[in-house]
Write a protein that binds this ligand. Sequence first.
Ligand SMILES: C[S@@+](CC[C@H](N)C(=O)[O-])C[C@H]1O[C@@H](n2cnc3c(N)ncnc32)[C@H](O)[C@@H]1O
Length: 225
Amino acid sequence: MPAYYDKGNAVASLGTCSRWSNTFAAAIAKRMPRGSKVLDVCSGTHDVPLRLLAIDPTLEVHAVDGSPHMTAEGQSRARERNLTIHAQVCDAHVLPFADGSFDAVTLQFASRHLQLVKVLKEIHRVLKPGGIFCHNDMLRPASRIVEAPYLVFLRLSVWFTAKLFGSSADSMKCVGYFANAIRHFYTPHELSELLKEVGFVGTENRSFLTGIMSYHISQKPLDVE
Ligand SMILES: C[S@@+](CC[C@H](N)C(=O)[O-])C[C@H]1O[C@@H](n2cnc3c(N)ncnc32)[C@H](O)[C@@H]1O
């Protein structure tokens, strides 16, 4: 399943997923003093923690995810590399950490599964004042010229992959799900506005093809308790 998931991301991101995630991790690490305390929310197989620790092994990295299977796979990948990631299985909407616990919180490829405003408020709560929130995902492209062919491509590629793997008739009914979820999701600008509403400031946004891949790095203000 994790290998299949990685391939799905590679197709949906037009082959840029892994390189883009490296760019995202480098942008975070650049802002983190050595030994900083980082939490990865919806960590899955620990993609973000492993990339961060590869850049700076002095980081203290925590990870939460709702799936014991994804977490076990992530822990096994960390052990193979002799790295420590402090993992817990829990719901991202109720983070089991005290207020102001982390210098940085990351969230990658999971927002479409969540009640996003509720999770963003939890992330804001567990960040230290001045801490940063780092978000990376496939968003709705801001340009209609990009969006229309991209959604057609997504529908066709998911249909083709499902056929190739002999998916059941019931599964075939869901092939439009991914494209529909992207079509109803935030554009990069809309996500920046949402971050502002939740209380983050100084948002930096970088996007590939107006949002097919897009990361945001925002700060919790220093004067907030
Ligand atoms: C698409 S995967 C992304 C994993 C990882 N962040 C990455 O970049 O590869 C989404 C993850 O979100 C987790 N997830 C979904 N809803 C969740 C929730 N309410 N609480 C915690 N984890 C959740 C799933 O278990 C899954 O591992």
